[in-house]
Write a protein that binds this ligand. Structure first.
Ligand code: F6R
Length: 606
């Protein structure tokens, strides 16, 4: 987490830094700050608690036209509270060097003690301030040589970008574990945690690899790894600013919910030939012929829920036993890595530290790693042996929506590819393919019912606790709906298999504890109806997420409907209802929808 952005060139740095930081704000928004040097070697620092907008409000741009090199940071606090002193950029004691940092310097406490013995005084509590003071301590006259020394002393993870007051126009830094790219413009250079912050600013960028050190000066740059200067391949930016802008929507989350029909068309394009009713994809052809007997899916949060749906698809459609593990638990659990298992890592950002570290373990031990990733060029995408992109474009809202449906759709395609090769009955294969083609239109029709969803969300907005219930394909949907409610409304909710409720948690039910059951055309529909009755007879309120032709609508206090299809594809509609339910409730409660409290979108610390 935390976003870092740097610029050097012939333009005013301040507006560029602020624009870059606004685009990186999804990585953390506890505080923000910038530091710039003028051609006359004046240093300008400004910091603010809260979002980038607070910082913008403190800056008088008209007085800063001499400043053409700078670094900026938007913070998600790890070490040290949310105070202005802890806000980046941090400076050396002599005020010559400034640094921004994303990651955690694991040995910062020992280093801080060592520096204190040497007489350094600290104004804050962060690990980054230690890096700034240590840089000064190690400095022997050459920035890049000092950087080399520094990276042998600090323990990662980090992406660090420094500036030196005595060298206007120069930016230098290093990265291990946390992402960093260099954007290459016309006589202007950018450094950022995420290439998407560079959309519209440059057409090309390079992605730094772990262990890379870089230096930008004299309108040129170099990258050094293990003492060797090397050339990293340039990549092109294909997205346009349209993908970064709200348009007519009040929130990115709503915009992204509405993009889901188009996103699914993207996911299927180049993979499914709807005319021929078949799958055409080289990556899948290759993976399917590897003879895997099992699948192990590893992911966190919303991506973990997509993985749970992946398990349902792979087991039901392809008969492949599938395990799903939360990445944090995978990394610190007992791992059994073998050649007969396909290890699938699911990640929107491709930078989630827990997933990335787990992937490295599997790679090191010879397992076959496959990524389902949204961000091209991200660490997980680069480290996976093979993979599929989810093509959901930039997701700005912290609560994941379109990335989830794209991940689930990708799993459906993968399961069909395996199923067609092995056991899936041809008629079933064809019926699912035909049905998949209709999903985007069904989604667009469902979105027209958003007002009805809002009415129900408003009605329940004063309740503090919720159960989300479902079974089989619909249990991961219940889990995802519950997570959306928690992160957006700060209401408590728990997801359960509807059958499991009676084994203890039913005790919580009373008139103040409503439940939401996801009960489409599943074979377990009537079992779910029994669970509804169990809750209702204890005085609990029940909201049904059901098909429009459900004949048992009267058992629910309220219901929201979608067009019936197959259980494998209804999940897309069900989750969109739950996304909108959480969105409207959060809006009713006046929550900060795109940036819920305490969170960040890209979790790059363990
Ligand atoms: C919730 C959400 C998170 C992420 C999780 C993993 O809306 O977005 O739970 O799903 O932090 O992130 P990625 O998918 O980037 O690995």
């Amino acid at each position: 987490m935390c976003g870092i952005f740097g610029f050097t060139g012939w333009k005013d740095a301040a507006p560029i830094l602020l624009k870059g930081l606004s685009r990186l704000e999804y990585r953390g928004y506890d505080s923000a700050g910038i530091c710039m040097i003028s051609k006359n070697r004046d240093l300008y620092i400004n910091k603010a608690i809260g979002k980038v907008m607070e910082l913008k409000n403190k800056i008088n741009l008209s007085s800063l036209s001499e400043y053409t090199t700078g670094i900026g940071h938007t913070r998600w606090a790890t070490h040290g509270g949310v105070t202005e002193n802890n806000c980046h950029p941090h400076t050396s004691a002599n005020g010559r060097f400034a640094v921004v940092h994303n990651g955690i310097i694991e040995n910062y406490s020992e280093l801080r003690t060592m520096l204190q013995w040497q007489g350094y005084q600290f104004y804050g509590e962060t690990d980054t301030e230690v890096a700034a003071k240590l840089f000064e301590h190690l400095f022997m006259g050459d920035d890049f040589e000092t950087l080399k020394k520094l990276t042998t002393v600090i323990e990662w993870a980090y992406a660090l970008v420094f500036l030196d007051k005595e060298n206007p126009g120069k930016l230098f830094g290093a990265k291990i574990g946390s992402p960093l790219v260099i954007g290459i413009g016309r006589d202007s250079w950018y450094v950022s945690s995420d290439y998407r912050s560079l959309i519209g600013l440059v057409d090309e960028y390079i992605t730094l690899e772990d262990g890379d050190l870089f230096c930008i000066e004299n309108n040129d740059y170099k990258v050094v790894n293990c003492g060797v200067e090397l050339v990293r391949d340039k990549e092109s930016i294909t997205e346009t600013e349209k993908h970064m802008e709200l348009g007519d929507f009040p929130h990115f989350m709503l915009k992204e919910i509405y993009e889901q029909g188009e996103v699914l068309r993207n996911v299927f394009a180049g993979r499914i030939d709807f005319q021929a009713k078949t799958i055409r994809n080289n990556t899948l052809d290759e993976v399917v012929t590897q003879g895997f007997e099992r699948v192990h899916i590893i992911a966190s949060g919303t991506s973990y829920h997509a993985g749970l749906l992946g398990k349902q698809y792979l087991e039901h459609l392809a008969d492949i036993p599938t395990e799903v593990t939360v990445s944090t638990e995978f990394k610190y659990g007992k791992q059994f890595i073998d050649k007969k298992t396909l290890y699938i890592f699911v990640s929107q950002s491709g930078e989630t530290a827990d997933s990335l570290e787990s992937m490295k373990i599997v790679n090191e031990r010879g397992g076959y790693t496959f990524g389902i990733v949204n961000v091209p060029g991200s660490s997980i995408a680069r480290l996976a042996k093979a993979g599929l992109f989810t093509h959901a474009w930039v997701e700005v809202g912290v609560a994941s929506t379109k990335a989830f449906t794209a991940q689930v759709a990708t799993f459906l395609v993968i399961a069909l590819a395996f199923g067609r090769k092995w056991n899936l009955e041809h008629m079933k294969f064809l019926s699912i393919i035909e049905d998949m083609q209709k999903i985007p239109v069904r989604i667009e029709k469902l979105l027209e019912t958003s007002d009805k969803i809002r009415e129900v969300a408003e009605k329940y907005a004063s309740y503090l606790n919720f159960f989300y219930l479902g079974r089989s394909y619909e249990l991961p949907i219940a889990m995802e709906g519950s997570l959306k409610l928690k992160e957006l409304t700060y209401r408590h909710s728990e997801a359960y298999s509807s059958g499991e409720l009676k084994h203890g948690s039913l005790a919580l039910i009373d008139e103040y504890f409503p439940s939401i059951i996801i009960n489409g055309s599943s074979p377990l529909h009537s079992k779910n109806c029994s669970s509804v009755q169990e809750v209702k007879s204890r005085g609990g309120k029940m909201i049904g997420i059901i098909t429009s032709d459900d004949t048992k609508k009267d058992i629910y206090d309220d219901y929201l409907t979608f067009e019936a299809s197959l259980p494998e594809t209804e999940v897309f509609l069900e989750v969109i209802i739950l996304q909108l339910f959480a969105y409207h409730m959060a809006n009713t409660l006046g929550r900060d929808i795109d940036k819920p409290r305490n969170l960040a979108k890209s979790v790059t610390v363990e």
